[in-house]
Ligand binder design. Structure first.
Ligand code: NAD
Ligand code: UFG
Length: 337
């Protein structure tokens, strides 16, 4: 029996494949490589010493997905495949709805055909919309403030409806906070195409000399030092959260959301300073205007994941910075040679 990992060549997917294999699972990856490279899977094989069967297919292609289910004994799916850039989703909403919604619906249809009713879905803290209270708890009201966020919110709703219609399913909605860091080996990590949108890859590309300086988006927020606060989580901790969610899904039925965060908030300048301290490399910065739509503070209450899944994040910001840097300095151009 195997676990199908959609989007498994990507940043979180590749780290999750490593932890799933370490936990004794067989994984099969389907990815169209739109935002990744098959080199990441070769590195997963190098780290684990296990072969990772790979299908280069789009999850919207129903016949291709059927073929994967026909050829393999799949007992559960971890569904990462999707587009994830907030700004791009505002410019290209149809592309986001087309990919994220249709790939999920196609996948669910094929899972139903094959009687596979266990799914772990990549949701996001963005489904809390504009929250008025911190920390965020799973029972708080949901919403969305951009097309990307709406795709996550809509998919959660679809999955909740699916469970209402058929209580034989087990669905884990994993709401990630801000994943950063890389595997300790330095062999896999985040490899954004073009100029990074997110803070940590931007910091590490400044450190490695690919970008000139960090632009801090606003220092007049209502936070510890005026810069935005987020709940950064080490990608390996996040990956282990998926292992725990699969363990749980294989033993239960239900539809449950789980926050995967550390519960600790870190500001932009605190993260930049922690990176400089952990690596000894200078990261020059300037203060720029706020980025539209950015909230002051976002952090998780991750008690439910601890109580139900037996999962808590282990790594702190120091390791997140050290591990990001090990990956970045040994792979300045990501997976491109
Ligand atoms: P990623 O882009 O590195 O990985 C996504 C993978 O899915 C890529 O390898 C891409 O090629 C593939 N893909 C996209 N559309 C596909 C399709 N139709 N068929 C097959 N493959 C397809 O992104 P990531 O950071 O690893 O994120 C994984 C998931 O987690 C995404 O669903 C994302 O929305 C979600 N998420 C990410 C973050 C974050 O900050 N990284 C936060 C919250 C949620
Ligand atoms: N920031 C900068 N400079 C940069 C990039 C970011 O100052 O170059 C700041 C932002 O203003 C914010 C913080 O760093 O205060 C974190 O920004 P990121 O872009 O790294 O992360 P976000 O919290 O904005 O977004 C992340 C994911 C989204 C998801 C969102 C909510 O990237 O996909 O969390 O869950 F929707």
């Amino acid at each position: 029996m195997a676990i199908l990992v959609t989007g498994g060549a990507g940043y979180i997917g590749s780290h999750t494949c490593v932890e799933m294999i370490n936990a004794g699972y067989d994984v099969i990856v389907v990815d169209n490589l739109d935002n990744s490279s098959s080199e990441s899977l070769k590195r997963v094989e190098q780290i684990t010493g296990k072969a990772v069967p790979f299908y280069r297919e789009d999850v919207r292609n129903k016949e291709a997905i059927r073929k994967i289910f026909k050829e393999n004994q799949i007992e559960a799916v971890i569904h990462f495949a999707g587009l994830k850039a907030v700004g791009e989703s505002v410019r290209e909403p149809i592309m986001y709805y087309d990919n994220n919604l249709f790939n999920t619906i196609t996948l669910l249809e094929v899972m139903n055909e094959y009687g596979v009713k266990k799914i772990v879905f990549s949701s996001s803290a963005t489904v809390y919309g504009i929250a008025t209270e911190m920390p965020l708890k799973e029972g708080m009201p949901l919403g969305a403030i951009n097309p990307y966020g709406r795709t996550k919110y809509f998919i959660e709703e679809i999955l909740r409806d699916l469970y209402v219609a058929d209580s034989g399913w087990c669905i884990a909605l994993l709401r990630y906070f801000n994943p950063i860091g890389a595997h300790k080996s330095g062999l896999i990590g985040e490899d954004p195409k073009g100029i990074p949108n997110n803070l940590m890859p931007y910091i590490s590309q400044v450190a490695v000399g690919k970008l000139e300086k960090l632009h801090v988006f606003g220092n007049d927020y209502n936070t510890v030092d005026g810069t935005g606060v987020r709940d950064y989580i080490h990608v390996v901790d996040l990956a282990i959260g998926h292992v725990k969610a699969v363990d749980w899904a294989l033993q239960h039925t239900g539809c449950e959301a789980f926050n995967l965060g550390t519960g600790n908030g870190t500001s932009v300048l605190q993260l930049r300073n922690a990176f400089v301290e952990a690596t000894g490399v200078e990261v020059p910065y300037v203060i720029d205007p706020r980025r539209p739509g950015d909230p002051d503070e976002v952090y998780a209450d991750a008690t439910k994941a601890k109580e139900v899944l037996g999962w808590t994040a282990k790594y702190g910001v120091k390791e997140m910075c050290e591990d990001t840097w090990r990956w970045q300095k040994s792979n300045p151009n990501g997976f491109e040679k």
